[in-house]
Design a binder for this molecule. Structure first.
Ligand code: SF4
Length: 947
């Protein structure tokens, strides 16, 4: 008989909740001597309904289980099969939740997701399907219990092989962490370690060895990539012609080359801006090929003149496209040697000092997450956490190890000149010709909050329509109760029985220093003791402050929608008697914070004496300086919130279901002056580009919002129309029979939207993206349309309800007759080429709600200046967003389709003309939704769409 080592198990259920849902199928496979040897499979009668989605997913219908046994009738056979073994499963805790109430035996549960995350850290997804695909395994009968159990068994055998390949020092670190983390995976690691430990000299293993194992240098920094430096170099017209003209370099490299006049014009304009040290704004319609239009001149410029160019984007997607696709292509076209790098904000990189600290404190929390990092850390060259595809919850765990400006010891850190990932990123940026960053890092760096980038004078900002919003966030502040507590605890960890705060560390460290002057030593110990009650009071007053603020403002927060859970703090709030209580609580908190700063300053002085008098170098001095500047900044931000500074700042509180206390925010009412100071007056040439910058052909709104109009020298602007044939390929249909959403009750408008969507989506047989301005409305409409559309054979995917953005997009692309309902992020960045997307429906004109704190503060400002805020601000921003939504439809020369707008204001209101004037020329039809459905069906037919 084969000795059974493991049993791999999988269940199908009626839903995700073990309290309310039931098992409908069990599949199990035994593994003995490294092979699959026996199987168990049965359907189960759940004695409850099986939801349609589950039947669609699994293929298990109510009829199939009708005459099958119930769970209590099969559990005996199952336990006999399980035989008290180690139970392995993919996301086994889900299965355990359903089975545990029925099982009598004691089992060890081992999760292959947990194990795969440790042993295959670079995978982009950890679902069973993702892993099977990536590892080239068959995954037949997916979403059936036995099929999934078999695939999991093969995956597990693969993981066991991977575990055997792990280097012993890495395994040792895993083993150390596993001792404080109870799980089947820890038991497996312990077993592997014990089997190998006899043969490896353990005195050779230290915790630092792990961080030195990754090939972190590879001679990368031996010399600069930038060699040529011709200060007088100018990009010539013939150089650009040779690249873009028919018969030029582009046509020689690109198989499907099509000459695009707009692309060449843009490249020429970018070159002129660099040559003449001028700023440039370019709106380049979809299909211009703007990435190459700016990258080719940027690379020529940086390689030949030796002057670095920074390219800033808003989204990670665009960064990845630039570094993985466009820049290598540009290199091939130019035939030049150059180096380009993506540099991220500090928090993306792991801080080795923190890692070492937590490794030495093994026994604390989060050992499971640390195990997830170990193998990756021994292999990564960048230390960039985004290599890990961290799940949402894991991102919070990551923060404990993330580098940060406020926690970096800089030159005082022992890793600074060697393996520190942030230092390496900085060096890489210094040495590269072209550096790609995001807008947040660009602005943090510009405002000197973070100096990760070297000096540069030439800047390209793509996705420039996001610059203002990112600047609002970057130049504002966010204060959370738990953030405050974390900072206080960094001074002195209240109630901790081991040294945790910086003052605890100092006193602990100084205790054995007999050579130290007794006064200094005593001073350090005294600081620690003095800090303890002050930290306690800071925590107490922070709690009181947030509680009174919450009590005062929470009645103003409504529960619907994504944006309505914010409450702006108005001057009228600050005039009330109740605000006196908030002022008093805020004062108490700030007084205590200042007291804490005094204690830190006193410790800092003692450290200086110890360093100068006894030749010591005490790293904690840096942490003290960081804490002092953090506390100082926090007091300034709190003052803005409490006392108000309406001319410059807007403050608000945000309520989130995840936090018991609200979050406090402040942001500048306008960012134009900061952007002018940090970017336009500081750089020789800034090129801003996007497909959506102008309103009715005018750049005034954009230019003013980002402070470009403050530049003394004229800024060149250009609008390049898309090379796509919109007039021929796009029908704009406007519904005339829905109520005006600005006056109709929300439920009435939502009802009208649901009815209209059923007709219009059926007319195009799905293939539709529906854009909402509110997630609340999306949810209401989803419930109303999913059933009727299912009867038409159309599947509805709703962002946040049927899956994440990535998941619903993937499903939409693979399922022919389907539709996506999306809000917010779906208005841009969706790039579905071909017949899969032939209809975009815009539910409502996308005006920001005037209740949004930043919007309402801006409108107040215009009101005070007797300026029409609607025309100056609300309308242009809605038009820019409308253009983004419109841009989702046509993504290639051969694309065609219909844009439907359910908001009658587009043709009824005078301002509707400005919306329409901002679009490329298209055919327009206005009618009721019954007629529109007929017109769309007919139009699709004439375009040759399969019905
Ligand atoms: S230099 Fe700063 S970021 Fe780098 S390891 Fe040290 S503390 Fe962390």
């Amino acid at each position: 008989m084969v000795k059974v080592d493991y049993v791999v198990l999988d269940l199908e259920t009626t839903g995700l909740n073990p309290q309310t849902d039931q098992i409908i199928e069990i599949g199990a496979v035994k593994i003995g001597h490294g092979v699959l040897c026996e199987e168990f499979s049965t359907l189960i009668n759940p004695r409850s309904a099986i939801p349609q989605e589950i039947t669609e997913l699994t293929g298990i219908s109510p009829e199939m289980v009708e005459h099958k046994p119930v769970i209590t009738e099969v559990i005996g056979d199952l336990e006999e099969f399980l035989h008290n073994g180690v139970l392995v499963g993919h996301n086994i805790f889900f299965d355990r939740g359903f089975l545990q109430p029925y099982l009598r035996g004691n089992y060890v549960w081992l999760d292959t997701v947990e194990l795969a995350k440790i042993l295959l850290p670079y995978e982009t997804g950890y679902s069973l399907g993702d892993l099977a695909r990536s590892l080239g395994m068959d995954h037949i009968y997916a979403h059936r219990a036995l099929g999934d159990a078999r695939t999991t068994a093969f995956l597990f055998l693969h993981l066991l092989e991977e575990l055997k390949k792990v280097d012993f020092p890495v395994l040792t670190t895993l083993y150390r962490l596993a001792q404080n983390h109870q799980s089947g995976v820890s038991a497996l690691i312990t077993q592997e370690f014990s089997a190998r430990a006899r043969f490896f000299p353990q005195d050779k293993i230290g915790s630092r060895q792990l961080v030195l194992m990754g090939d972190t240098n590879k001679g990368l920094f031996s010399s600069s990539f930038i060699k040529e430096k011709n200060e007088n170099y100018r990009i010539s017209q013939p150089e650009i012609d040779r690249l873009f003209q028919p018969g030029g370099h582009l046509s020689a490299i690109l198989d499907a080359f099509q000459y695009r006049r707009q692309q060449e014009e843009m490249a020429q304009a970018v070159s002129d801006s660099f040559n003449k040290d001028q700023h440039l704004v370019v709106e380049a319609g979809t299909g211009t090929g703007k990435s190459l239009a700016y990258l080719l001149p940027a690379l020529l410029w940086s390689v030949k003149s030796g002057k670095k160019v920074v390219v800033s984007t808003h989204t990670i997607n665009l960064q990845e496209q630039l570094i993985n696709k466009d820049i290598p292509l540009a290199g091939e076209i130019l035939g030049l040697d150059f180096h380009a790098a993506v540099i991220k904000g500090r928090s993306h990189y792991l801080c080795l000092r923190k890692w070492e600290h937590w490794l030495e404190e093994a026994g604390g929390e989060g050992q499971g997450f640390m195990m997830r990092l170990v193998l990756w850390l021994s292999q990564t060259e960048t230390g960039d956490g985004s290599e890990l595809s961290l799940a949402r919850k894991e991102l919070l765990d990551w923060q404990r190890f993330a580098a940060g400006r406020d926690t970096c010891f800089g030159a005082k850190c022992k890793f600074y000149r060697g393996n520190c990932f942030v230092s390496r990123a900085k060096k890489l940026a210094e040495l590269s010709h072209v550096v790609i960053v995001n807008h947040s890092l660009l602005l943090a760096n510009a405002a000197a909050n973070d100096n990760i980038l070297p000096d540069f004078k030439y800047l390209i900002i793509d996705e420039a329509h996001h610059l203002e919003k990112v600047a609002e966030d970057q130049f504002g502040a966010e204060i959370g109760f738990f953030d405050l507590i974390a900072i206080f605890n960094r001074v002195k960890k209240s109630g901790a029985n081991y040294p945790a705060g910086v003052l605890d560390h100092l006193a602990h460290k100084a205790a054995p220093w007999d050579f130290l002057d007794e006064d200094i030593k005593q001073g350090l110990v005294n600081s620690m003791h003095e800090a303890a009650p002050v930290v306690g009071e800071c925590i107490k007053y922070a709690g009181e402050f947030f509680a009174v603020l919450d009590a005062f403002l929470s009645h103003d927060s409504s529960s619907g929608g994504l944006h309505s859970r914010t409450v702006r703090i108005l001057p009228s709030h600050r005039c009330t008697e109740k605000w006196e209580g908030i002022l008093a609580a805020g004062d108490n908190l700030m007084v205590k914070m200042k007291e804490l700063m005094k204690i830190l300053l006193a410790s800092g002085e003692k450290i200086s004496l110890a360093e100068s008098g006894f030749g010591l170098e005490i790293v904690e001095s840096h942490e003290i300086n960081l804490l002092l500047s953090t506390l100082h900044q926090l007091i300034r931000d709190l003052k803005v919130v409490i006392e108000g500074d309406e001319d410059y700042f807007v403050s608000w509180v945000e309520y989130s279901g995840e936090n018991s206390y609200p979050l406090l925010h402040t942001a500048p009412v306008e960012v134009r002056e900061q952007l002018h100071q940090y970017l336009f007056s500081a750089k020789s040439s800034v090129v801003l580009t996007s497909a959506t910058l102008a309103v009715g052909g005018d750049f005034g709104f954009f230019s003013e919002s980002i402070g470009m109009d403050l530049s003394p020298a004229p800024v060149r602007v250009m609008q390049l129309e898309s090379p796509f044939a919109f007039e021929e390929n796009v029908l704009l249909s406007i519904a005339s029979d829905l109520p005006d959403p600005s006056v109709a009750p929300e439920f009435l408008f939502s009802d009208g939207v649901a009815h209209a969507l059923i007709k219009l989506i059926a007319a195009s047989k799905g293939r539709t993206l529906v854009l909402f301005t509110s997630h609340h409305q999306l949810k209401q409409v989803f419930e109303k349309i999913k059933g009727p559309l299912r009867q038409e054979g159309i599947t509805v995917y709703a962002h946040g309800l049927t899956g994440s953005r990535t998941k619903v997009l993937e499903s939409f692309k693979t399922r022919e007759n389907s539709v996506i309902l999306g809000a917010n992020s779906f208005w841009e960045g969706i790039d579905v080429v071909g017949e899969a997307l032939t209809s975009v429906i815009i539910v409502k004109l996308p005006f920001w709600p005037p209740t949004l704190p930043t919007v309402s503060a801006r409108l107040d400002r215009y009101r005070a200046l007797h300026i029409n805020g609607f025309r100056r601000y609300s309308l242009p921003q809605a038009i820019i967003r409308f253009k983004q939504g419109f841009g989702r439809l046509i993504r290639s020369h051969s694309d065609f389709g219909v844009i439907s707008v359910l908001d009658r204001r587009l043709y009824e209101k005078k301002y509707g003309e400005t919306f329409l004037k901002s679009l490329p020329k298209v055919k327009i039809t206005v009618d009721n939704t019954d007629e529109l459905a007929k017109i769309i069906k007919e139009w699709m037919h004439t375009k040759g769409l399969r019905q």
